[in-house]
Design a protein around this ligand. Structure first.
Ligand code: NAP
Length: 216
């Protein structure tokens, strides 16, 4: 069976987004600083059809790993974005007509909606049966040889971490203090005992720490 992987950028005080997330400011106040390391890389920019970026750096190599070998993604509805209830002309995600996933994406929500097929092989499925059901669907879609990515946001990642379902946790720790927002870390008492540090890489203004699950 494939692994469940999460690759998440966090502030030094453990937030994945700043306070005041909105359609105008999806990362919340100050949240963009968490992703500056990735925005600079060729790998991230290429995934999002943007020109330029640094190639061959530590950050570029780490960014390039993100969706390799991933056959399905699970994400929270706040990460997908949009207003609920969905309305007549519902939100189609942040990523344009051809999102970078190119595989099925299972969006956790309490607001049912038919699947949304995009260009390039990405289909968003809206799952109202909870995180376990979404993960089961994602595993099925990914098949035995490919991994499932827990894309975020914080509430979603916390749920899978608390349930001990994330096999590989890549944290990209930016040296910013957000003070408030969508909190990933803290209040997860079993996390420390459940993982070992597998690697630590120093990037440009960011530290990449890979934790691998040891328990269960
Ligand atoms: N730093 C990173 O690497 C990274 C990665 C991904 C995302 N992000 C950021 O993370 C932020 C989103 O994180 P988030 O923690 O706010 O949200 P989220 O995990 O994306 O979504 C919250 C989920 O919880 C559900 N929910 C809310 N209240 C619930 C309840 N009472 N019972 C059951 N389900 C409930 C929501 O469904 P409903 O549809 O019912 O509301 C939604 O699926 C965004 O700013 C995004 O940009 C950061």
């Amino acid at each position: 069976m494939g692994r469940v992987r999460a690759s998440l950028s966090v502030s030094a005080d453990g937030y994945m987004a700043g306070p005041g997330q909105s359609v105008e400011d999806p990362l919340g106040v100050g949240g963009r600083a968490l992703h500056e390391w990735a925005f600079r890389t060729r790998a991230f920019r290429g995934l999002h059809d943007l020109d330029g970026g640094d190639a061959g750096t530590v950050d570029d190599r780490v960014a390039a790993e993100h969706l390799v070998g991933v056959g399905a993604t699970v994400m929270g509805r706040h990460m997908f974005g949009g207003e609920v209830p969905w309305g007549d002309d519902p939100w189609r995600g942040w990523w344009g007509d051809d999102p970078p996933y190119h595989h099925p994406v299972y969006v956790l929500t309490r607001h049912a909606r038919p699947p949304l097929a995009m260009r390039g092989g990405t289909t968003f499925h809206f799952v109202t049966d909870g995180p376990e059901a979404a993960l089961a669907m994602a595993r099925e879609a990914a098949g035995p040889d490919r991994d499932v990515s827990v894309g975020g946001g914080a509430r979603t990642a916390r749920w899978y971490l608390a349930a001990g379902l994330v096999d590989v946790l890549d944290l990209h720790v930016a040296p910013v203090l957000l003070g408030d927002g969508a909190r990933l870390l803290g209040g997860l008492p079993d996390l420390a005992a459940g993982y070992r540090v597998d690697r630590v890489l120093g990037g440009e203004g960011v530290m990449h720490v890979r934790y691998v699950r040891t328990a269960g």
